[in-house]
Design a protein around this ligand. Sequence first.
Ligand code: 13P
Length: 339
Amino acid sequence: MDLAELNRVANAMVAPGRGVLAADESAGTVKKRFEAIGVESTEENRRDYRELLFRSKGMANISGVILFDETIRQNAKDGTPLARIIEQAGSLPGIKVDKGTKPLPFHPGEVITEGLDGLRERLVEYRGLGAKFCKWRAVIDIGPAIPTYYCIRANAAALARYAALCQDEGLVPIVEPEVLMDGDHDIDRCFAVTEKTLKTVFQELYLARVALEGMVLKPNMVVPGKKSPKQAPVGEVAEKTLRVLKECVPAAVPGIAFLSGGQSDLDATARLDAMNRLGGGPWKITFSYSRALQAAPQKAWSGKAENVAKAQAAFTHRAAMNGLASMGKWSADLEKQAA
Ligand code: 13P
């Protein structure tokens, strides 16, 4: 394992002013997103949409792009591989390697992420297609009797096996244990579940001998459930998220890149900015957003070629705003000027 190279890539992924674009939506998820804007999910439409993102000026603020299996094999309209276009924009191509979730037996309401079988061989192939890093997402839901410790541990063990395999094949693992923000729980319950999840994940990473210097953590922010009557101000989310990270994430980890998880575009930006203003952590803190970067360009595009420039402008704006937030230099006024 070339740890210096893994560390170099991990640091590049969380460089100040930049963050990761998660463009690895599965076929099912793209279909849902496209339905919302009245676009049929054909291979060509998926290609055209992603090509417009990867060719936009907003890539200046994007350190890496997480691709789906189809996308890393796809060529742009002019025949250039999409992964090559990402590299030409000065960004790193990455790949989602988990195979999604399945119900966890005897654990109602809980899921386990699959995809370990044959993973080493797939990693070798993806490396050949240009991938420099990978992603695996574990999902932890909150309800009256969940999550169980068994669910957290089983998912953490899978994350650790995945991360070790990635590093052994020269790829930086994004380790993503997502505590969902569905439900009506309050922010302190999210704090407790996130704490237990992260403690367990880092214990399993240690047992699997994963080098923390060669990974990136992709956690949820500590937020109340979407249906909770008690929503939290930006400052409280930032303070509680930073606190749980300081308690759980070793200083050897180069960076933390948050998922957006269904927050509004502005919440995702404002909360990231607030954390970087508070500072005090040993790691870089940035974004690895899908929805909070793509909702605006998707709406602007709506599947029409004549809207490509408008969609690129919308993406460039969100990438720039989150780039500023990754340095604690965003302000709400900057959003108004653009509107
Ligand atoms: P969201 O930012 O939409 O949560 O997606 C990030 C991601 O990659 C989920 O795995």
